[in-house]
Ligand binder design. Structure first.
Ligand SMILES: NC(=O)c1ccc[n+]([C@@H]2O[C@H](COP(=O)([O-])OP(=O)(O)OC[C@H]3O[C@@H](n4cnc5c(N)ncnc54)[C@H](OP(=O)(O)O)[C@@H]3O)[C@@H](O)[C@H]2O)c1
Length: 266
């Protein structure tokens, strides 16, 4: 799985933005972005339609991630949701298909459907999102070890996942996919500690926030932007090498949790 992807939340919500958003995604692909993250929830299918438009004729080599609603997590519900997503993205398969957050449908049903979709070649891999430790432990044991990822809220200002969840995933070789890695452009990007490290690397605060995540074990980032220049800026963060001193500066300003804390969610 690529370490860097483009998020698409808030895309596909306004018809007058459709072409612009498809153009931005195409520009991202031209820059070398290969992972696109979406969900049936985003624009109620609208973001998947934008992706369908953007990737027409260039599906090969891409890594498509989509998610289904917990209320579609029944055996038939997952299969039908996947088929709708494939139609909207106008493609034959999804590389990584995630349960968007834990719901009330027994996970044995959900995973049965995911195996069926995999056997049919409609998905290559499957995983979960917003799962805390107790949720992960409810997954059928044989499926725990083969999860494609746990996509979670994770950035310098929100390190809750480092309380138990990251370690559980790491022990099983399951990547953590960090969503809202820029904390949705919050005050995080105005932090003095980030500015100090950014100045040393002639980098932007967003690039340092992403580079820090990329220095965490088995971590993938999926920042969203609807502006090509920012996507290039974000992608360039992959090449930034933070020193031990940089990492300590950031750790001191944004400490990891040292007591039980609930996994955050956006
Ligand atoms: N699984 C889940 O429950 C879940 C939840 C939330 C998000 N996600 C996924 O994760 C993706 C990323 O998370 P997110 O969209 O919530 O937040 P994010 O990527 O942390 O931040 C996006 C915001 O940052 C701005 N931005 C992007 N690059 C920037 C830069 N270089 N400098 C300054 N501002 C910048 C964007 O504005 P512009 O667009 O104007 O550039 C946008 O407002 C989503 O799009 C979605 O695919 C998943």
């Amino acid at each position: 799985m690529p370490a860097f992807g483009l998020g698409t939340w808030r895309m596909g919500e306004h018809p007058d933005q459709f072409q612009h958003e498809a153009d931005v995604i195409r520009a991202a692909l031209d820059m070398g972005v290969t992972l696109l993250d979406t969900a049936e929830m985003y624009g109620e299918g609208g973001a998947e339609e934008v992706i369908g438009e953007a990737i027409r004729g260039r599906r090969d080599g891409l890594f498509l991630v989509s998610k289904f609603y917990p209320h579609n997590a029944s055996r038939n519900g997952v299969i039908e949701a996947c088929e709708r997503s494939l139609r909207r993205m106008d493609c034959d398969s999804i590389d990584l298909y995630l349960l968007h957050w834990p719901g009330s449908v027994p996970l044995s049903q959900t995973f049965e459907a995911l195996h069926e979709l995999q056997a049919q070649g409609k998905i290559r891999d499957f995983g979960v999102s917003n799962f805390n430790l107790a949720d992960l432990e409810k997954i059928p044991e044989t499926d725990q070890a083969i999860l494609g990822c746990n996509q979670v809220f994770y950035n310098l200002a929100h390190r809750e996942v480092e309380w138990e969840v990251s370690a559980w995933c790491r022990e099983r070789g399951i990547p953590v996919m960090a969503y809202s890695p820029l904390d949705q452009a919050s005050s995080l990007l105005h932090s003095d500690a980030i500015a100090e490290v950014a100045a040393k690397h002639a980098a932007s605060p967003a690039q340092i926030a992403l580079a820090w995540l990329l220095h965490q074990p088995d971590t993938v980032v999926i920042p969203k932007s609807s502006r090509a220049a920012r996507i290039q800026e974000n992608l360039d963060a992959v090449a930034i090498e933070l020193s031990q001193e940089d990492l300590s500066t950031l750790d001191n300003a944004f400490p990891a949790p040292n007591q039980p804390v609930r996994l955050g969610m956006r």
